[in-house]
Design a protein around this ligand. Structure first.
Ligand SMILES: Nc1nc2c(c(=O)[nH]1)N[C@H]1C(S)=C(S)[C@@H](COP(=O)(O)O)O[C@H]1N2
Ligand SMILES: [Mo]
Length: 440
């Protein structure tokens, strides 16, 4: 039988179909692959607006944290960032919870926005495959900015989450990568906002949010066709309303918020922070709060911190060595201060010990500009920190011997640890061995 002459109804012969609709691998058939009736400029713009107002906060708090690290002392990595160097200012010691706030916001908001970023990418996915990929010079620039924007945001999310999970699977420095990645993202973000802001505002005005939140599944229909082809040309029937979609996104973000914010604010909320290891219990007693690096992990042995332990305090030629009873015999100061880790978690305790400025006076350092604190720990990379002059002279800055009325436990830095208001936790050196004051 000659199939080409078959009178029966059936698919048109291959050669008769228009070329563009024949089976093909590239470009993918966006009209077949992405048929959700929810996609459209309004939905994309709602998600875009949420990110427009919140992502700059993540960026700014991240850059502030870089400054808090003290790049002037080469403590922030990358140490040399060329023309990406930020204007460095002395990191204030007040309010005492400043770093807890900036770092907590950076990490928690960064995590909370992940569902919104994913939803936003989902909403524009057909645009990734527009054909031809480049139509004009402005179009090329727009597409390049998208590479920076999408690549940047995904890179920052992945490296950030790996860092707070202590999962250093990548073969490069987290800090350098996260810092450069941030600038790649910022460049893409600025260009994208400049190009898309008018369209976003127009699209937002095209529908009423209140109306949309009242529209059930049964009345959910696609947005009118748009120039960018976000709206599916062959939409499927809705299986979810727009308000349902927005509810899932907002609900996911709220769930992330509830399960992470406890690690920053502490108290009973910490019990809900089960997405993070800082929700662990450390038993009872004055020293029962989280420990990242235990004495065992840092290679601190009981013999290192026994009766032979001495603190060396130095300023130029002036050197004083103190044992623990001598330190305990000096004027003691008590203050309730947070340790706020760069990974986002914080813990606020009542610390007691000797003011750093009293130690400076012992070696006749009147107004030191910096202090280098060294730990006796053998392992790890946080065994030395440089403090700014303001961090040494603050009346609450101390070499803590006690916490919550008891001697520090070995895991919390016995015989002595640094506690200074508003510093990054990484500079709150434990198992202190020496303090050197400098004029530069
Ligand atoms: N000697 C030493 N001090 C240290 C550390 C360390 O690894 N070694 N960790 C720092 C970090 S990153 C933080 S956040 C605080 C609190 O850490 P902890 O939970 O290990 O006490 O201590 C800091 N002091
Ligand atoms: Mo930390």
């Amino acid at each position: 039988m000659d199939w080409q002459r078959s009178p029966q109804p059936g698919p048109a012969p291959r050669s008769a179909r228009p070329r563009s609709t024949a089976h093909r691998f590239w470009p993918p058939r966006t009209d077949k692959l992405w048929r959700s009736p929810l996609r459209g400029p309004w939905l994309t713009s709602v998600l875009g607006l949420a990110l427009l107002v919140s992502l700059p906060l993540v960026v700014v708090t991240g850059l502030l944290d870089y400054i808090a690290y003290g790049p002037q002392f080469h403590q922030a990595r990358p140490a040399d960032v060329g023309w990406l160097r930020l204007p460095v200012f002395g990191w204030p010691t007040r309010p005492a919870w400043l770093f807890q706030l900036t770092q907590g916001l950076h990490v928690v908001l960064g995590l909370v926005l992940v569902p919104v970023v994913v939803a936003k990418l989902w909403s524009v996915i057909p645009r990734l495959f527009v054909w031809p990929p480049v139509r004009s010079l402005p179009h090329l620039l727009e597409r390049l900015s998208l590479v920076l924007l999408v690549g940047g945001v995904l890179f920052e999310i992945v490296t950030g989450i790996l860092n707070i999970s202590y999962d250093y699977v990548f073969g490069f420095s987290f800090y350098s990568a996260h810092y450069y990645g941030a600038w790649v993202f910022i460049a893409g973000f600025v260009v994208h906002v400049a190009l898309k802001l008018p369209l976003m505002l127009r699209s937002l005005r095209s529908r009423s949010l209140r109306e949309e939140l009242r529209t059930p599944l049964a009345r959910t229909v696609p947005e009118p066709a748009d120039a960018d082809d976000l709206v599916a040309s062959r939409p499927a029937t809705a299986t979810m309303s727009r308000r349902g979609f927005l509810g899932v996104v907002a609900g996911s973000s709220a769930l992330v918020a509830v399960t992470t914010v406890g690690q920053v604010v502490g108290g009973p909320a910490r019990m809900l922070a089960f997405l993070l290891p800082r929700g662990r219990s450390y038993g009872d007693g004055p020293n029962a709060f989280q420990v990242n690096k235990t004495a065992a992990a840092a290679g601190v042995r009981a013999a290192d911190v026994g009766a032979s332990w001495r603190l060396t305090v130095r300023y130029g030629d002036h050197v004083v060595r103190l044992d623990r009873p001598s330190l305990a015999a000096m004027a003691q100061h008590t203050a309730r201060l947070p340790i706020a880790c760069v990974e986002g978690w914080s813990t606020t305790q009542s610390w007691g010990g000797v003011r750093l400025r009293d130690l400076a006076v012992l070696v006749e350092a009147v107004s030191p500009r910096s202090a280098v604190v060294s730990s006796l720990a053998r392992h790890g990379s946080f065994n030395r920190a440089t403090l700014e002059g303001g961090q040494v002279l603050d009346p609450d800055a101390m070499l803590a011997l006690r916490v919550n009325g008891a001697d520090l436990s070995l895991d919390h830095g016995y015989p002595a640890r640094v506690v200074v208001p508003a510093i990054p936790g990484v500079h709150a050196t434990k198992w202190v061995h020496s303090i050197e004051f400098h004029d530069d």
